[in-house]
Ligand binder design. Sequence first.
Ligand code: PEP
Length: 248
Amino acid sequence: MKKNIIAGNWKMNKTNEETKQLIEELKPLVKDAECEVVCCVPFTDIVTARKAARGSNIQIGAQNVHWAEKGAFTGEISAEMLKELKVQYVITGHSERRQYFGETDETVNLRTKAALNAGLKVIVCVGELLSERESGKTAEVVTRQTIGALKDITKQELKSIVIAYEPVWAIGTGKTATAKDANDTIKIIRKTVRKLYGRASATSIRIQYGGSMNPQNASELMAMPQIDGGLIGGASLTAEKFAKVVNY
Ligand code: PEP
C-alpha cells in the first residue's frame, strides 16, 4: 500500500532559531499522522531542522540540488552535500525555480538524476501557467514536463520519485484548482507515467497536488482518488496550519 505524503516547502523563510521553534511545535501535532511528513527547508536550516526533528516522524528535505558532483558552480549545492546532512528528500523543478532561475525540463532532469544517484528521494514539480491553462494546453504542458523530468530514469529509480502537480496560477495566490480539475490533471500525469513505465509503476507512484492547499481545502483534495498528498507552501510556515493539513 502506498502512503500519502504531505511536504512543506518553506521557500526562503525561517532563520535557524525560527526553524527550531517551528519543528518543535510541529512534532507533537503531527506525531500520529497517517501520511509521510516532510519539511523542505532552506539549505542553511537543514542541520537545525534535522536536530530538532530527531526521533520524530518528520523528515527533512531540501529545495534544490545541483547536477554536478563538485566544481565551479558558485552558490550551488551538490547531492552528496545534502546526503551528508542526512536530507531525505529534495524538490526539483519548482515553478519558482523555472520562472526566476532559468530552470528547464533538461536541468530539472539533470538535478533529479544527480539526487537519485546520491540515494535521495525527489519531489519533482510540474504544472502549467495560467496562460497555458487558458489556451487549453494543460495536458500538453504537464505531459512534456513529466517526460522531460523522467528522461533516462529507470523503473527502479522511479520508486524514489514523487511527482507534485502544481498549477502555477494556484501557487501562493489563494486560488486552488478544484479538486476535480486537480484529479483530472493528475490522471493525465499518471497516464504519462504508465506509457513510460507500465501500469504497476503508474499505480504505485505518488502524485501530490500543490497550490494554495490549506486546512480548509485539504480534506476535499485528499479525498480524490488520484491525489496522494500535497506540497504546501504558505500553510507550512505555521505549525498549527501545517499540522491541520497533515491530519486532513
Ligand atoms: C509551493 O510553493 O509549492 C506551494 C504550493 O505554495 P502555496 O501552498 O503557498 O501555494
